[in-house]
Design a protein. Sequence first.
Length: 257
Amino acid sequence: MRKIIKPCGFHCIKINNLGVTLQNQVILENINLHIHCGSLNAIIGKNGAGKSTLIRAILDDIPHTGQIEFKDTKDGKMQKLKIGYVPQSINIEKNTPVSVYDLIASYKGRYPVFFPKTKKMYQKIKEALTIFEAEDLIDKQVCNLSGGELQRVLLSMAIMDKPNLLLLDEPVSGIDRNGMELFYKTMEYLKNHYDLAIILISHDLDYVAEYADHVVLLDTKILKQGSVKEVFASPEFDQVFSTGNKENWMNKEENDD
């Protein structure tokens, strides 16, 4: 059965009137989202709809208008939002002698990879990798990792600082079906064990239908948002996607209710 979304716990994240214009071209406009902790929020849309631009704007990598608010409902005070991020891919040249430990330690500790290993950092990294059953990869060269292994390493990096928001930009691109199943089961684990919200960009509508709590259909503006059923049954969805598999998606949602 589909997990019922819990009421927003310790915090919620609001994106208010976000817009992005690059070289006089409007990429995003009037984006308003209310993201609850403990939820998987899938961003879907055709190529060029602005999905990755939205992620970059949330990361503050590109100029944008509007506000992103993080509210701690325990005391009502505004606090700095901690974000974890897993990109679609990273460029690792073949035969690069960088281990998983080196990669994560240099990112988290801001030290060059040639610095000696420390027991404290080694243990911290191994604990993070254990969450995703990747502890055996700690001494493996990054260039020799499979797509699924690299995905688990990047997820481990992303949650080490216990973020409030986890951003995933098509992280399962090129992963086989077994890897996809493991990924989405991992997302369920994160929702159940960490006080965070997840925003996932995905083209895999079957998996979105099965696992997403909230769906946002994007094409410069938000065309439709809501539950899987609300979005997939909408005329806006019909306009963007072929509806050949729509009956299957809707049946899956009905069976999960």
